[in-house]
Design a binder for this molecule. Structure first.
Ligand SMILES: Cc1cc2nc3c(=O)[nH]c(=O)nc-3n(C[C@H](O)[C@H](O)[C@H](O)COP(=O)(O)OP(=O)(O)OC[C@H]3O[C@@H](n4cnc5c(N)ncnc54)[C@H](O)[C@@H]3O)c2cc1C
Length: 410
């Protein structure tokens, strides 16, 4: 039987361990079990639900997570566009998603691997480079898995997230994204609840953007802005997060009675994708392979889906890497429409025509467009050439009424 050693029991690693074990593969998870109390990645997209069902975890997920009906984008204090996943009805995609308290959700995925009989080596794993482009577990790490009897697993998987253990060890270069953002976030009580209940709010700010993600007992509030802009709000993460909230009319109004109930977490330099996803006897999953951007929240699904895809393509790593690269590229393309203002310009132009020519044709166009965007942002048709082609065609006339540059996210 083939032996697989997975390093890192975050969402990607734990999911892969479970799915491979279900297929009868002999899997060992290397992880020391330490997780921070506050982790980003709370807003999930509908495409994650089928993976949770495959793992037998949807009921337990629903018990700890907030039901998420959709996402509202506010592109100015007066203008917003709401996507509700129920516009996906009739498609194979669930018409909802979840907002997940990360440590508890990660524990669920991790516990599931244990329930299914995955072997555990409780250690922060170390690896070494061999024969130029190969990798092996360091002897002191292998000792924590005595069932290997000193032999290396047939396949090593990097699921160490932003630690990017294999890429760092092998000095695999990364494609770095264009944005030089920093994100600050924390949990709050006393913030006004977004409506409908569970709706995620993504807000365009004078500088950067922000998220409001309702969890069951608090609201996750994050701000994302250019590093140079961030320093203008103060020296500490607290000054910067609070400064941005106070500066934005919508956030300030919603957060009048707020009380921060966690520390503030800071994330930087996250838009990067490894140029190589696999090599002799090794492969990367989740963030260890690449992370696109938090806008549209594809990260957790990409992590779980990379596990799903790898479990299917275990004997064809090039095909796995190719497919993941295609997905990552498609998400990057879609997200760019939000950053450069084209999506908001399309909406403004659409609204103009709806007001000027009210009636069935305008409504049908509006519903069609909403459904297409919801399908792409839910994960259902993100790679669809038709979807991307349609966006490209529709974004040109959208500029008739509004210059997208005026709606871009700085
Ligand atoms: C600002 C920001 C906002 C985000 N918001 C969202 C969002 O709203 N929705 C969303 O879906 N995604 C979001 N993401 C992305 C999401 O957080 C990640 O895509 C997701 O956590 C990736 O999961 P993973 O399993 O690949 O990595 P991780 O969650 O990082 O897990 C890696 C695991 O490996 C372990 N590990 C590391 N090194 C070792 C080692 N040497 N030995 C053993 N174990 C090791 C770690 O302890 C950890 O448990 C966001 C990301 C950022 C930066």
């Amino acid at each position: 039987m083939r032996t697989v050693g997975i390093i890192g029991s975050g969402p990607a690693g734990a999911t892969l361990a479970s799915l491979l074990t279900m297929k009868g593969v002999d899997v060992t998870l290397f992880d020391d079990g330490r997780r921070p109390d506050l982790i980003v990645g709370e807003s999930l997209i509908p495409a994650i639900v089928p993976v949770l069902r495959k793992l037998g975890l949807e009921e337990r997920t629903a018990a700890i997570c907030q039901h998420k009906p959709g996402v509202t984008f506010t592109f100015s204090p007066e203008e917003q566009v709401a996507f509700c996943f129920d516009s996906l009805s009739g498609s194979p995609m669930p018409t909802y998603a979840y907002n997940a308290p990360r440590p508890a959700f990660d524990n669920l995925l991790d516990q599931r691997a244990t329930e299914l009989g995955v072997k555990r080596a409780k250690v922060r794993a170390k690896i070494e480079r061999v024969n130029g482009t190969g990798l092996q577990l360091a002897a002191e790490t292998l000792e924590h898995a005595p069932w290997f009897h000193g032999r290396q697993p047939d396949l090593l998987v990097d699921s160490t997230g932003r630690g990017r253990l294999f890429a760092r060890t092998l000095e695999v270069p990364a494609e770095i994204g264009p944005r030089k953002d920093v994100a600050y976030f924390a949990h709050y009580e006393g913030f006004a609840d977004p409506m409908p209940r569970g709706q995620v709010i993504i807000g365009r700010l004078a500088r950067g953007w922000c998220w409001r993600i309702p969890l069951r007992d608090c609201l996750s509030v994050g701000v994302v802005l250019n590093k140079d802009d961030a320093v203008q709000f103060g020296a500490t993460p607290e000054e910067r997060l609070e400064g941005v909230i106070n500066h934005d009319p919508l956030l300030a109004a919603a957060g009048q009675g707020r009380r921060r109930v966690t520390e503030i977490a800071t994330y930087t330099n996250y838009q990067l994708v490894s140029r190589q996803g696999h090599g002799p006897g090794w492969v990367m999953t989740g963030d260890a392979l690449g992370f696109v951007d938090p806008m549209l929240s594809p990260g957790m699904w990409l992590a779980l889906h990379s596990a799903e895809l790898l479990a299917e393509r275990l004997d064809n790593l090039p095909a796995y890497s190719r497919e993941m690269r295609k997905l990552i590229k498609a998400w990057m393309g879609l997200i760019q429409y939000f950053y450069d203002g084209r999506i908001f310009a399309m909406y403004k132009t659409g609204m103009f025509f709806e007001q000027k020519f009210p009636g069935r044709i305008s409504e049908t166009m509006h519903d069609f467009f909403n459904r297409k965007i919801a399908c792409m942002a839910s994960g259902l048709t993100t790679t669809s050439r038709f979807g991307h082609g349609m966006l490209q065609i529709m974004s040109r006339p959208a500029a008739w009424k509004t210059d997208p540059a005026t709606l871009a996210i700085r």
